[in-house]
Design a protein around this ligand. Structure first.
Ligand code: A3P
Length: 287
């Protein structure tokens, strides 16, 4: 991996564009509040979607934040440089996202009552989404061919390391009823149902009307036209939507358009070896 494009923190590569030693130490020493809510994701699993969903769930469907504040300041990444800049503007309950592995979460997180929604996505679609993301995000390494990128991904030489390590760490987190697990696929299949589950978890009693309104505002089509959420505010030299839009397809199962049968066999074998053989079950069939 290109040494200038990534900073290694506890052995895990993170893009230098958004992270530096100060931001990572700031995150580690961050003072987590009991009312904080974190959406935890491996990259390309629905992070930006959660940046749309969380404010609406927490404020009862008021669309002001999603219409006026860019997603990275509205629900900042715990580990990114922006957090220190916007932290004082966050209103309680604060919502944040993070790609941190479980073992890097701040000390104060563990002693707090802060809640976590962990969104997992089928790794085959994560790989495809990441492949296109690496083409448009100029601050990441060029992915090469899809075949080459599959190897890079399986070796964990990508932002935030191996998918399997991230998922295993969070799946074994001992957080009791402070953590809720959901999949990107469940959200795609029935967003209102997913929102109801999240609202219950966050102790928000929302009417069906509000749930439907939130679902509408968080639809792929609506987010694609929301300049506060579609990354159109980012200069082209960092993210080039002509290569691939950030909000690219928003579906489950796009991997079928990209995997050969040989690639599927290789990918499945590698993921299985690191998950199922270690007793971790997955919510999707890998075949
Ligand atoms: P695709 O590239 O498959 O389209 P992240 O925010 O973690 O980087 O994840 C990005 C992925 O989530 C992209 O997947 C993006 O399109 C998808 N996504 C974002 N908002 C979505 C929405 N409202 N509905 C469905 N998918 C969404």
């Amino acid at each position: 991996m290109s040494s200038q494009k990534y900073i290694y923190y506890h052995g895990i590569p993170m893009p230098s564009e958004a992270h530096n030693t100060e931001s990572l130490e700031y995150a580690r020493n961050f003072s987590v509040e009991d009312t904080d809510v974190f959406a935890v994701t491996y990259p390309k699993s629905g992070t930006v979607w959660m940046q749309e969903i969380l404010p609406l769930l927490l404020n009862g469907g008021d669309t002001t934040p999603i219409k006026t504040i860019p997603n990275w300041d509205r629900v900042p990444w715990l580990e990114e440089k922006r957090l220190a800049i916007v932290v004082d503007k966050l209103s309680s309950p604060r919502a944040m996202v993070t790609h941190f592995p479980y073992h890097l979460m701040p000390e104060s997180f563990h002693t707090s009552k802060a809640k976590v929604i962990n969104v997992m996505r089928n790794p085959k679609d994560v790989l495809v989404s990441s492949y296109f993301f690496h083409q448009m995000a100029k601050f990441l390494d060029d992915p090469g061919t899809f075949d080459e990128f599959m190897d890079t991904f399986l070796e964990g030489k990508v932002l935030f390391g191996k998918w399997t390590d991230h998922v295993k760490g969070w799946k074994s987190a001992e957080l009791g009823n402070r953590i809720m697990y959901i999949t990107y696929e469940e959200m795609v299949q029935d967003l209102p149902a997913a929102l109801r589950r999240m609202a219950d978890f966050l102790d928000r009693n929302l009417s069906e009307e509000v749930i439907q309104k939130i679902a509408q505002h968080c639809s792929f089509g609506k987010m694609k036209t929301n300049d506060m959420s579609n990354f159109s505010l980012v200069p082209k030299q960092y993210m080039d939507p002509d290569k691939s839009p950030f909000l690219r397809k928003g579906v489950a199962g796009d991997w079928k358009n990209h995997f050969s049968s040989e690639q599927l066999a290789k990918f499945t074998k590698a993921i299985r070896a690191e998950m199922e053989s270690e007793g971790f079950s997955l919510p999707w069939s890998l075949d």
